[in-house]
Every structure is written in structure tokens, then in C-alpha cells.
Design a protein around this ligand. Structure first.
Ligand code: AMP
Ligand code: ZN
Length: 113
């Protein structure tokens, strides 16, 4: 629900976040509990509960594109990084507002847990 949704509240500026990039439809901010030296979340300004609700595939593409821009700015584009969209319970999604994780600055493991 957008009124109480944590990421909607960050988008509205009601909860502080370290914003590293933004445009008219998305913001990117540092994860509060980083799982890698660089861990940024790219979040659409409008509330979508999960990837399952993202019927606008072009929007998803632009969120990923903003993630790649963040990766370049953070200096991890060449060394490499991981883009993750956890979706619903088995995907490990804990905040029910669509978000793209951008993780880098160390080697990632595969397969993920
Ligand atoms: P997920 O588990 O894929 O839903 O990712 C949610 C992410 O949001 C987790 O990595 C959390 O550490 C992060 N998170 C939770 N609260 C905040 C917050 N207030 N500011 C920034 N990141 C947050
Ligand atoms: Zn929301």
C-alpha cells in the first residue's frame, strides 16, 4: 500500500536515504544493510508491488539502465557487478515495492543461496 510502503515513503522523502541517482520515474539509493561494498537499490517512484506487477517492460528496462549508470558512477562497471530483482517469497523479496539491486565491489558467488 503506497501510504505505508517503505520505499514509497523514501520516494516521498519521509524516510531518509542516501540517494546516488534519480530521474523523473526512479531513484537509486544505498541499501541500509549492504551485502557488498557497493549495494544500491533502484526503485520506481510509482508503487508496484513486485516484478509480477511490472506490465510496462520498458520501465523495467529503464530501471536496469539506471542501475548500469550507477555501476559506472560507482566505478564497478568494468570489474563487474550483479543486478538482482528478488520477487515474492521464494525470491527473497522483503520489501513489497519493486526494486533492482545493484551489487559490486567484490566477487559474487554462483549459484545464489
Ligand atoms: P529485498 O529483500 O530484495 O526485498 O530487498 C530489500 C532491501 O531493502 C534489503 O536489502 C534491505 O537491506 C533494504 N532496506 C530496508 N530498509 C531500507 C531503508 N530504510 N533504506 C535503504 N534500504 C533499505
Ligand atoms: Zn511503494
Amino acid at each position: 500500500m503506497p501510504e505505508t510502503c517503505l520505499f514509497c515513503r523514501i520516494v516521498r522523502g519521509e524516510i531518509p536515504a542516501t540517494v546516488v541517482a534519480s530521474n523523473d520515474e526512479a531513484i537509486a539509493f544505498r541499501d541500509i544493510d549492504p551485502k557488498a561494498p557497493v549495494h544500491v537499490l533502484v526503485v520506481p517512484r510509482s508503487h508496484l508491488s513486485s516484478l509480477n506487477d511490472a506490465t510496462d517492460s520498458a520501465l523495467v528496462g529503464r530501471l536496469v539502465a539506471l542501475g548500469t549508470e550507477v555501476a559506472r558512477r560507482e566505478g564497478i562497471a568494468d570489474s563487474g557487478y550483479r543486478v538482482v530483482i528478488n520477487t515474492n517469497a521464494h525470491g527473497g523479496q522483503t520489501v513489497n515495492h519493486l526494486h533492482v539491486h545493484v551489487l559490486g565491489g567484490r566477487s559474487m558467488h554462483w549459484p545464489p543461496g
